[in-house]
Design a protein around this ligand. Structure first.
Ligand code: BYC
Length: 474
């Protein structure tokens, strides 16, 4: 079915032919806009932003670029093309036709998965609400708003599924997605990372690199789902997600590049000298990285999870790129976990592979994260510096799973609680680090100009030059 960009809610799901659903969504839309005005980007809603808008799922021309005021953004509902005769790709129902409706026995589990996914989308917009004021350039300001409006569209994607397939419960859940708020003491967002403040741009780049990448892996796992509308929704969301990770990847790279420039100019890597010169020293960048990477690892859930095993057995949520695995049933196979032995060491335990799905996906995520580090480290290598950015161990500073609250160093070696506490300032951002990073955050809103602490990007957006007027203020 073709999408109709002129509809009030642009879509390729035949909304015009389903009056009940259309009315439900049209009822939810003003509530969404209320939320956007109250908790979305502050103060820039009258500005014209050079934004990408999804208009169809055609790979050759799925989006347009134009100046848009954010509240006028057309948050549409798009599902990837239906695959002919798609079959369940894993678990106990392997090879059976996929489901176009929600099976009664999986209704509450699927709803919970969709709500958990949906909850992260507005949460991230709330977390980034104030960043516009301190954007290091118009280019970055535009990228922030691009990420924000698309996370808004991803919320729409989940709300569509709730309204279309879960009746009254779904409508209630859709309302609650606008009622929980990031960091709210009484009614917080569901997952831990989405309640962490993102009040400076280094955190924003870390979040878009590490946390949006968790999004990529979770969406890929849901894209394998036997519930076909969920699978097709997530497939299309992944198209937009790539740019969000690009913003993080290039953002961290540009911060490191600028620091190296000043290290060369001053002939020193001394953090105090670099801070005096207004750039962010490498140890501080590493501490931010340690924080956001370890927080994002928790988003994959426990390393041994009966929830994950039943999602896999029932075909609700699989592994990213399931086709690459040899065994799609995994009924007999096992996985060896390394766990704390309670005596300061490590022990191994074999668990059924199905229970280890979270860990398998987390491992694939870690390998994907390493690619960015290799790129950033190339800047250091080319400049002739021996320092390297590193990923801490997956055991470090965990709050979910077997290593939760186990004291280890960043290499993953178990240590005492006292030793861990005595090194906190070396391993995680200190109040002083945060205060310094905040102190260099000032909005730079002149065309082509960059804040002192970040290098310019290599190229602009959609073949526009870097000094393009990406945001026009009113
Ligand atoms: N914080 O069996 P367990 C994105 C809960 S990011 C708090 O170990 P399970 C985005 C868990 O809910 C992607 N609670 O794990 C990025 C469970 O609760 P109940 C978001 C947590 O269930 C940037 C209990 O602990 N998508 O899209 O196998 C910007 C035991 O759980 C946490 C999804 O998450 C945590 N970190 O897996 C914008 C996909 N971790 O049942 C967007 C949907 C676990 O005991 N969600 N818990 O009450 C899921 O697939 C799964 O729910 C999880 C957990 C992967 C989150």
């Amino acid at each position: 079915m073709d999408s109709n960009y002129q509809d009030r809610i642009p879509n390729n799901v035949g909304l015009g032919a389903n009056r009940t659903l259309q009315r439900a969504l049209e009822h939810w839309q003003p509530e969404f806009l209320n939320w956007w005005h109250g908790l979305g980007p502050s103060d820039f809603n009258a500005s014209s932003v050079y934004l990408r808008t999804a208009i169809s799922v055609d790979t050759k021309g799925w989006a347009t670029f134009d100046y848009v005021k954010m509240p006028d953004y057309r948050w549409g509902i798009f599902l990837a093309q239906e695959e002919n005769d798609r079959r369940v790709g894993f678990g106990d129902h392997f090879g059976q036709p996929v489901w176009q409706q929600v099976p009664g026995e999986h209704r509450s589990t699927l709803r919970r998965l969709i709500v958990t996914q949906g909850d992260t989308e507005p949460a991230s917009v709330e977390q980034q609400r104030l960043l516009g004021h301190t954007a290091p350039s118009l280019y970055d300001l535009r990228n922030l708003f691009q990420v924000n409006v698309e996370e808004g569209r991803h919320l729409w994607a989940m709300v569509y599924l709730l309204h279309a397939y879960f009746g009254r419960d779904g409508r209630e859940e859709a309302e609650e997605l606008l009622e929980r708020h990031s960091g709210d003491a009484d009614n917080p967002r569901i997952l831990s990372t989405f309640n962490e403040p993102i009040s400076d741009w280094l955190s924003f780049y870390m979040f878009t690199y590490f946390t949006d990448r968790d999004g990529k892996f979770q969406l890929k796992s849901l894209a394998e789902s036997s519930f076909d509308p969920l699978s097709r929704t997530c497939k299309f969301m992944l198209t937009e997600e790539a740019h969000h990770m690009f913003v993080g990847d290039t953002g961290i790279g540009r911060v490191i590049k600028r620091t190296i420039e000043v290290m060369k100019e001053l002939g020193t890597d001394d953090p105090i000298a670099l801070r005096k010169a207004g750039v962010i020293d490498l140890p501080t960048i590493q501490r931010y990285l340690n924080f956001w990477f370890s927080s994002s690892l928790d988003l994959f859930g426990g390393d041994s999870s009966s929830n994950a095993a039943s999602y896999f057995a029932n075909g609700l949520k699989g592994r990213p790129d399931e086709i690459k695995y040899e065994d799609h049933i995994e009924a007999e196979s096992s996985f060896t976990l390394e766990l704390p032995n309670g005596k300061g060491g490590v022990r191994e335990e074999r668990i059924p592979m199905r229970n280890a799905v979270n860990e398998v996906v987390r491992e694939a995520y870690v390998r994907d994260c390493e690619k960015g580090l290799a790129r950033w480290n190339r800047h250091l290598e080319e400049a002739g510096y021996p320092q390297r950015m590193t990923l801490p161990s997956t055991r470090f500073r965990r709050t979910v799973g077997s290593w939760a609250n186990a004291a280890t160093n960043p290499e993953g070696k178990p240590i005492t609680k006292e030793e861990f506490n005595s090194h906190l300032d070396d391993w995680l951002p200190t109040p002083d680090d945060r205060a310094y990073v905040h102190s260099v955050m000032h909005g730079v809103f002149e065309r082509g100009k960059m804040a002192n602490w970040i290098a310019p990007p290599e190229r602009g957006i959609n073949t526009q030059p870097v000094n393009f007027e990406y945001v026009k203020f009113q």
